[in-house]
Design a protein around this ligand. Structure first.
Ligand code: ADP
Ligand code: MG
Length: 397
């Protein structure tokens, strides 16, 4: 029996564990100790810190792992790629994960390969910050280079805002530098892709629904995305350059993009499937279980030819339920009967929970995934589904 080590044991890894088990593969969840459901779900587990590449390499060797996978979060990505390189397993390489877990190295690699990306400066000091503000046009965006989920990232419209946010950015990062980038005002979108033996298996642009916080945060995705139809070729060309720039050879790919006018800019890219229901979106669109394809890739098994194939594609969308106010959750009811076109309708909160007004993905109330004959049909259906959900939040003093 073959063995797959899965990095992380939180809810986000459960679909990956289940997919491997369906394929008759033994799963070993690796994580620091904690009350994580993956320990129960997996066939076996080891306590190892998934940010520690040495610990994960040793754990994978000891477990006799034939593959290592993780999805939807960057936490284990560096260790995954490093351990795969050291143990000769199929996965992103050490070099690839080194680049995509540091936004500064990533941007330098983009520039070297000619990827269209916002202009930026690496900032080590207040003097460099001052100089960079004279070179780059406002609005700007300050970024911690080693965080995710918009932590340590602030849009700045004026020099005063830059000075106010700089210490905040530096307090988030482990590094002694950060990035200052030109803020591209435009339409946010994403791309999911998969690379096998250096070649893209599919490249799928998705539309992004956005919540405006300190930075725009995705609260939903949809395919197809009509607002991108006229720049599809440019998007595919940019994704191919990104794959080349970061040396992605065997991994899922998740990219953030912004469209301004007729030009698309790459914000960032990483060697894993995206969060916020993106694995479900890809799977539904191509009619495959995408988690299973991620496992197959890591284990060297053939992929489903429907992934990236020309066959019928299913429009679908995801919607993250959020609250614009903080308070106590006093009522939560879903009166939607189960239906074939509601692929998921689940909550992360229950009555009595304290709710925070939405700032990022950790504040979500729940999620809905809907498929339909067209994007329009999905949107109409989503509105109907939301009508039958009651969420009441009482302000707290
Ligand atoms: N140069 C930019 N111009 C405009 N918006 C940006 C830019 N860089 C990042 N953003 C916005 O900030 C969000 C977070 O930045 P990103 O670099 O993707 O970091 P994270 O790892 O936190 O996702 C992006 O999804 C995008 O909405
Ligand atoms: Mg991002």
């Amino acid at each position: 029996m073959k063995t797959l080590m899965i990095l992380g044991a939180s809810y986000s890894q459960i679909p990956l564990i289940r997919a491997a088990q369906r394929l008759g593969i033994r799963t070993v969840a690796a994580s620091i100790p904690g009350d994580y459901p993956g320990f129960q779900a997996a066939d076996d587990y080891v306590y190892a810190n998934i940010v520690d590449a040495d610990a994960i390499t040793e754990a994978a060797r000891a477990a006799g792992a034939d593959g290592i996978a993780t999805c939807c979060m960057d936490t284990g990505l560096f260790a995954q790629g490093t351990a795969c390189s050291r143990l000769g397993l199929i996965g992103p390489s050490h070099e690839a994960v080194r680049l995509c877990t540091n936004k500064s190295l990533m941007k330098e690699a983009f520039v070297a390969r000619g990827v269209q990306t916002a202009r930026f400066r690496k900032i080590h000091s207040e003097a460099e910050l001052e100089a960079a503000m004279r070179e780059l046009p406002f609005p700007l965006i300050l970024k911690a280079v080693d965080q995710m989920g918009s932590r340590g990232i602030y849009r700045c419209n004026t020099p005063e805002e830059v000075w106010a946010n700089y210490p905040k950015t530096m307090s988030f990062t482990q590094k002694d530098y950060c990035l200052l980038e030109e803020f591209i005002e435009g339409i946010l979108f994403g791309v999911e892709a998969m690379v096998k033996d250096g070649k893209p298996v599919f490249i799928l642009p998705d539309g992004t629904s956005v919540f405006q916080g300190f930075t725009p945060t995705p609260v939903g995705h949809y395919v197809p995305a009509p607002e991108l139809a006229d720049v599809t070729d440019q998007i595919i060309q940019q994704v191919e350059l990104v794959i080349d720039a970061l040396g992605f050879d065997n991994c899922p790919v998740n990219c953030d993009f912004i469209r301004r006018g007729d030009k698309v800019y790459v914000v960032e890219a990483t060697a894993r499937a995206g969060a916020t229901c993106l694995a479900e979106l890809v799977g539904t669109y191509y009619g495959v279980d995408y988690y299973e394809q991620i496992v197959r890739l890591a284990m060297g098994l053939p992929l489903d030819p429907k992934l990236g194939g020309e066959g019928e594609h299913t429009p679908n969308l995801s919607h993250i339920m959020i609250s614009r106010q903080s308070g106590l959750l006093t009522a939560l009811n879903n009166d939607n009967p189960p239906a074939a076109d509601i692929l998921d309708l689940s909550f992360n909160v229950s009555v009595g929970d304290e709710i925070r007004s939405y700032t990022n993905g950790r504040d979500r109330l729940g999620q809905i995934i809907i498929k339909g004959s067209s994007l329009e049909a999905c949107r109409t259906r989503l509105a109907q589904v939301l009508e039958l959900i009651t969420i009441e939040i009482a302000p707290q003093n």
